[in-house]
Ligand binder design. Sequence first.
Ligand code: 1GP
Length: 253
Amino acid sequence: MTSNHKGIYTGLLEAKSRGEKRLAVLFDPDKLRLKKMEQALDLALECGVDYFFIGGSLVVNNMLDGLLAQIRQRCPIPLILFPGNSFQLSYRADGILFLSLISGRNPELLIGQHVISAPFLKMSPLEIISTGYILVDGGVQTAVQYMSNTYPIPANKDDIAVCTALAGELLGLKIIYLDAGSGARTPVSESMIEAVSGAVEVPLIVGGGIRTPEKISANLRAGADLIVVGNAIEQDPALIREMAAAVKDFQAA
Ligand code: 1GP
């Protein structure tokens, strides 16, 4: 599970073509407790976590730059911005998921905020990875649902998720991200993951409410290429060990 800073997306494509899977840990700068973060960083390095995603629905403080610098100092794992809005930008990361919320019908999150951030991004050294972001009902109203003012795709409507992902791929988006939202009660179902991964060729990220290595293995079997875990690891960084092992074991299988 090693990655190359110089080509995050190329690395993902190569991994996918070899049938290898990847693991990302999500840090929300607003929720972080320093002690736990240091423990998580050390474990992530030891266990071969592939990426850190950095972002959240609020990020109201100005800690983003500081946090990125702090992580970088301690750990060389690539830092990918996963921004909740157009203010969560920093040159200190390695890349950014340039998200279009294609499950929603809020024009601001389909194209509006992108217009605002485009000049900054064009000049930045960040690797920009255009991402079709699909929010799926996770059984509880998540921050991203509320903040984005959009409806998620119903959890049992695999066909709608498939058509949405296909449309994203046809529009040229380079990754599809199926997200039940941070802290979801019900993560995205294996059946939806299987349906979407069978329909698109681009790498598939899956996250939201994943708490166990068993769910990670099931998602990988269903066709997820990259798993994102935030809350569970924030609460118990020691979980990184089992979760990374689930990804490695899958590769070895
Ligand atoms: C949310 O997919 C991420 O956007 C991670 O969710 O915090 O529930 O793991 P959790």
